[in-house]
Design a protein around this ligand. Structure first.
Ligand code: SAH
Ligand code: SF4
Length: 417
């Protein structure tokens, strides 16, 4: 890793490059990642150096198509330009990736180390083809290191918020997976923002990343194959609706009753469930795309007939699809997944109300690789006393919620106005 420069020693080259992207954070290599630089900005940078316009195409090919892992490998570019690029930009913002496979090689969890030492994870899931469906390769990526929302069933939420990722740091998770797949002549077919972090609390970088992913000159994946999941940041949903169809929006609903959702998704205390669903409904109307609602099924907490009926009443008649996902166990909660027959009954209640509903099998559970449930182990084994205290709070809060009491704890810091 290169050391960080201060303003006094920074060369003109680097200053120009820095102006192209927001600085990622103090104390780290501050060169912007090349994958996050917009083509027009790169063209301007090249023009300022007197380079011909076609170099931008060559650079995009090296970043997005080839199997190069450093600018040194990009022989199509002259040595001088390579050196200038290397001084101004990082070819890759991921310093190191540790890949672990499970499910007989069908699921791979990648732990990425970023320039400041932050660790984020991505999960690659291979779905073999069948007679009636094509083979799919879905990558689940992170948009933040940690998360401020603090959902009590989520390993990332337990870590708290560390920082937003830059667009290049989001994109470089994709480039790593694409490189691994290309070794077997395979391509990514779907990308979901369901890893660490709340994408709509880092919306500018997420939108820049989606633009690069959908751009045929860069990654070139159809926007329909990209899904962004949110825990319900209403202003973010409204901003997306105003922009028109960008990608599939998934909303993590988990409960239709405010008292319970206050506990399961703490930002519900800021944007209650009716506001979230109203924004999602308007989004479906504005874009013509149905909303996917995710419901993590937790035994004895949100899986009752009362909850199923409340959800059916909330979503009846909407352009919506519900995905029921058995909860993956995490250390700091006493909760576990609902039983299969309970999930099936819940699904039947929703379907009777005319709501399309599927039950998702968890992938990669044994390596803790379920999307949205990443990164706990790297924080080390939590101290037994702290875990016990945390569990006791979760039990107390959920018991009060089940009695219908609203939660009075403050909205988590960093969740926004
Ligand atoms: N912050 C965003 C996206 C990342 S979380 C959001 O909450 O939507 C992605 C998904 O994983 C969410 O639907 C989340 O509820 C789910 N998830 C988190 N922890 C889980 C767990 N322990 N078991 C099952 N699903 C979980
Ligand atoms: Fe954050 Fe999503 Fe985890 Fe909630 S489920 S803590 S919003 S990452």
């Amino acid at each position: 890793m290169r050391s960080c420069d201060n303003a006094a020693t920074m060369t003109a080259e680097r200053r120009r490059a820095r102006a192209l992207l927001p600085v990622i954070g103090p104390g780290m290599d501050q060169r912007p990642g090349l994958s996050g630089v917009e083509p027009s900005a790169l063209e301007a940078w090249l023009a300022a150096r007197g380079e011909p316009g076609y170099r931008s195409r060559q650079i995009a090919d090296a970043v997005w198509r080839g199997d190069s892992t450093s600018l040194d490998d990009v022989r199509t570019l002259p040595t001088g330009l390579r050196a200038a690029l290397d001084e101004a930009f990082r070819f890759d913002t991921v310093d190191d990736t540790d890949v672990r496979a499970t499910d007989g090689g069908l699921t791979e969890k990648a732990l990425h180390r970023l320039p400041d030492g932050s660790l984020v994870e991505s999960v690659l899931m291979r779905f073999p083809g069948g007679t009636d469906r094509r083979e799919r390769h879905t990558l689940c990526i992170s948009s933040q290191a940690g998360c401020a929302v603090g959902c009590p069933f989520c390993a990332t939420g337990e870590l708290g918020f560390k920082r937003d990722l830059a667009a290049a740091e989001i994109l470089d998770q994709v480039r790593h997976a694409a490189r691994r797949l290309s070794e077997n002549r395979r391509r990514l077919t779907n990308i979901v923002f369901m890893g660490m972090g709340e994408p709509l609390l880092n919306l500018d970088a997420v939108l820049a990343a989606v633009e690069a992913l959908a751009d045929p000159r860069r990654f070139g994946l159809g926007a329909r194959h990209i899904t962004v999941s949110t825990s319900g940041v209403v202003p973010g949903i409204r901003r997306l609706s105003a922009m028109g169809p960008q990608f599939t929006l998934a909303v993590s609903l988990h409960a239709a009753r405010d008292s319970l959702r206050d506990v399961l998704v703490p930002l519900n205390r800021r944007w209650p469930v009716a506001e979230v669903v109203a924004a999602a409904r308007d989004h479906a109307r504005a874009t013509g795309r149905r909303i996917t609602y995710e419901v993590t099924m937790i035994e004895g907490i949100n899986d009752t007939e009362l909850d199923a009926r409340a959800m059916a009443d909330l979503l009846r008649g909407d352009l919506a699809h519900v995905n029921l996902i058995p909860m993956n166990p995490v250390a700091h909660t006493p909760w576990q997944a609902s039983a299969v027959d309970v999930i099936e009954r819940f699904a039947a209640t929703l379907r009777e109300a005319g709501i399309s509903t599927t039950i998702r099998r968890n992938r990669g559970q044994e390596i803790g690789a379920a999307c949205g449930q990443l990164a706990a182990e790297r924080a080390g084994e939590p101290a037994a006393r702290a875990v016990a205290r945390r569990r006791a709070i979760i039990v107390r809060d959920s018991a009060a919620a089940l009695r219908g009491e609203r939660n009075r704890r403050p909205v988590p810091a960093g969740v926004g106005e």
